[in-house]
Design a protein around this ligand. Structure first.
Ligand code: NAD
Length: 245
């Protein structure tokens, strides 16, 4: 049995890391996927590797209204519909407030909050017409507890939670579900860039005593994407190995 047979999905930030792991698992489960990433060339290569007509890579800056509209349009044009939208694209620009610039603050808010809003709005419009769909927003455990040196990122990831719940209420009657995932420490380029000391400090807080793999976020995204979660909307699922439970 495949969980997403015939479904069409779009994953922002899908060229690598958690987004690519989600896209890969979706394809394994029978979906066709659009990878929309700021790095269009990497998205194209990743789509090719996912194989033969099952994936399309496209350049998209999630902070640009036209780019997001075009990415959703590409999914509908190429594959005929849009069943699953994953708002995953993200960056960090860490610094304590002593050093963080307003640009660093605004850039992170823009990518996570505005980007997720644009993706939710564009996908929601298509899904509302279809009468079905699942939108999955990638928040972070930082949005629950707040992280030292991440006032921008923590605010953005908490913002995604509020937005997820508000959008879930607006779209529920149209058969569209909106849920969020809060990953903890997951092994990707984003976290491998972290100083060893910061990595060790995070590890010490994890009851399961290990970092998570991108595939362990992807399996939860697959659950939210498919009909096994058909009565769930506005939910926030933590994927943290028990950290900050
Ligand atoms: P990553 O850096 O490996 O991948 C992020 C991808 O997003 C890249 O391909 C990048 O090109 C793309 N991207 C960046 N800005 C973009 C923009 N404006 N428009 C479109 N694409 C853009 O990061 P990751 O670790 O895979 O993180 C994916 C998501 O998971 C992010 O939202 C991140 O905040 C969240 N997250 C990650 C962790 C972790 O531990 N890795 C934990 C919690 C939440």
């Amino acid at each position: 049995m495949t969980l997403l047979e015939g479904r069409i999905a779009l994953v922002t930030g899908g060229a690598r890391g958690i987004g690519l792991a989600i896209a890969t698992m979706f394809v394994e489960q029978g979906a066709r996927v659009v990878l929309a990433d700021l790095d269009g060339a990497a998205a194209g290569r990743a789509a090719e590797e996912l194989g033969d007509g099952r994936a399309l890579g496209t350049r998209c800056d999630v902070t640009a209204e036209d780019d997001v509209r075009d990415a959703v349009g590409a999914a509908v044009e190429r594959f005929g519909r849009l069943d699953v939208m994953v708002n995953n694209a993200g960056v960090t620009r860490d610094a304590t407030m002593r050093k963080m610039t307003l640009d660093d603050f605004r850039a992170v808010l823009d990518i996570h909050v505005t980007g997720t809003w644009l993706g939710t709005r564009a996908a929601g419009a298509v899904m509302r017409e279809q009468g079905s769909g699942s939108i999955i927003n990638i928040s972070s455990i930082a949005g629950k507890v707040g992280n030292f040196g991440q006032t921008n990122y923590s605010a953005a990831k908490a913002g995604i939670v509020g937005m997820t719940k508000a959008a879930a209420k607006e779209l529920a009657r149209s058969g569209v579900r909106v849920n969020a995932i809060q990953p903890g420490l997951i092994r990707t380029a984003m976290t491998e860039a972290m100083p060893q000391q910061a990595w060790d400090a995070k590890m010490a807080e994890i009851p399961m005593a290990r970092a998570g793999e991108p595939s362990e976020v992807a399996s939860v995204a697959t659950f939210l994407a498919c009909d096994m979660s058909s009565y769930m909307t506005g939910a926030v699922l933590e994927v943290t190995g028990g950290r900050y439970m």
